[in-house]
Design a protein around this ligand. Structure first.
Ligand code: PLP
Length: 391
């Protein structure tokens, strides 16, 4: 049975060209980039090439790209160093952030007494930027705003330019978790007042364990991993040359094909929405997921009109991999914080969230097969429901 992979917001398959580029490095460029001899310097050259490419894409200076092990590390480094080294005493964020931001912020609150202000989203998952402005007006302490560019569960897009301008107006630092957007959107940080951002290669067909932090030069941020002088002393440790080259190749392919992939994936997403609407009566879409201009083209968050804690497993048994949009612990499906924020109580009790996330490898035939299986699962629910009314 051919597997159908619809979990691209969790991770993406490695591109064949990325594998080739990494294998070449594994075989040939084994030097330590800090070594002064030519074998080491060859590895260093490869890293610097990727740094320049990433900087060109974001329209920033190469020295503002700090290679890390992943999005989680980048976000941890930015938030923790902002408190430890930049004197941040208040963080304004939202309950929709990825766990690596949410947990870091909570840790900073617990261990260092940082004040945390949460901006409450509406039921569509939007953060009201007037609330941000109000919160910033009241603040006297040094403040960092941390709001994600795209939510990984529902796909909502934040107006990052406007958010950055508001932060600038009130002299607050601005960090955005851009893990879901780097490699998928055309970003120009020379026009956005953003101080910090994060990237993870495995979200755009690069390797796991490779990412970078964008750190605005003038910010004065320092590293939290200390040791050698790698990455301008912001991130000590011998660089993951293979991973960085893989990231570079993946980014290069993504940038080259950005518009083509975007149009192709958006078309698949629209097709999925129409097929689901047509075939699963009562299906809903969470947040801004089904609104083209307000949601990332790779993510579609749905709510099935029945409760089925086993839906992920049932689909997996049919060869379909996707995410339920809820964290399962000890056999019980508990809705995620994002779902708790965007779902009405009735929907939470009677529906099942399902996140479908696409890549340029996703085909219409795969969507047809997925919808077909979902129709059959839905029918069993309808029959059970009808039977239970006669009991
Ligand atoms: N932030 C967002 C929005 C994500 O979706 C993810 C990955 O799921 C991360 C951060 C963490 O990235 P990584 O898996 O590279 O640690």
């Amino acid at each position: 049975m051919d597997k159908i992979y619809l979990d691209n917001a969790a991770t993406t398959a490695l591109s064949p060209e990325v594998i080739d580029a990494m294998v070449d490095v594994m075989k040939i460029s084994y030097g330590n980039p800090s070594s002064t001899h030519s074998i080491g310097q060859e590895a260093k050259t490869l890293i610097e090439k990727v740094r320049r490419e990433a900087a060109t894409y974001l329209k920033v200076s190469p020295s503002e790209i700090i290679f890390t092990s992943c999005g989680t590390e980048s976000n941890n480094m930015i938030l923790k160093s902002a408190v430890h080294h930049l004197g941040v005493q208040r963080i304004i964020t939202s309950p929709l952030e990825h766990k690596c931001v949410a947990e870091s912020v909570q840790e900073l609150k617990k261990l260092f007494g940082v004040e945390v202000v949460y901006l409450r989203p509406n039921k569509k998952g939007d953060i009201d930027l007037n609330d941000l402005e109000e919160a910033l007006k009241k603040l006297e302490k040094k403040t960092l705003v941390s709001l994600m560019h795209v939510n990984n569960e529902i796909g909502n897009l934040l107006d990052i330019e406007k958010t950055a301008d508001i932060c600038k107006k009130y002299d607050a630092l601005f960090h955005s978790d851009t893990v879901q957007t780097i490699g998928h959107l055309d970003l120009d940080f020379s026009k956005i007042n953003i101080d910090f951002a994060s990237c993870s290669a495995h979200k755009f067909h690069g390797p796991k364990g490779s990412g970078f932090a964008f750190v605005r030069k003038a910010s004065g941020l320092k590293g939290i991993i200390t040791g050698g002088p790698q990455e301008r002393s912001l991130r000590a440790g011998t660089e993951n040359v293979v991973g960085i080259v893989g990231l570079g190749k993946a980014l290069e392919i993504s940038i080259e094909n950005l518009e083509t992939y975007k149009n192709q994936i958006q078309e698949i997403k629209n097709y999925t929405i129409s097929q689901l609407k047509e075939n699963i009566p009562g299906i809903k879409f969470n947040g801004r997921s089904d609104q083209e201009s307000e949601s990332l083209y790779t993510v579609l968050s749905t709510l099935l009109p029945y409760k089925d804690a086993m839906i992920g497993l049932k689909l997996d048994m049919e060869g379909i991999a996707l995410s339920q949009g809820s964290a399962c612990s000890s056999g019980a499906a508990r809705p995620s914080m994002v779902m708790m924020m965007v779902l009405e109580e009735h929907d939470m009790e009677n529906g099942t969230p399902l996140r479908i996330s696409f890549s340029h490898n996703t085909t219409k035939a795969e969507i047809d097969r997925f919808v077909e299986i979902l129709i059959s699962i839905t029918k069993t629910h309808e029959i059970e429901n009808a039977n239970s009314q006669y009991r």
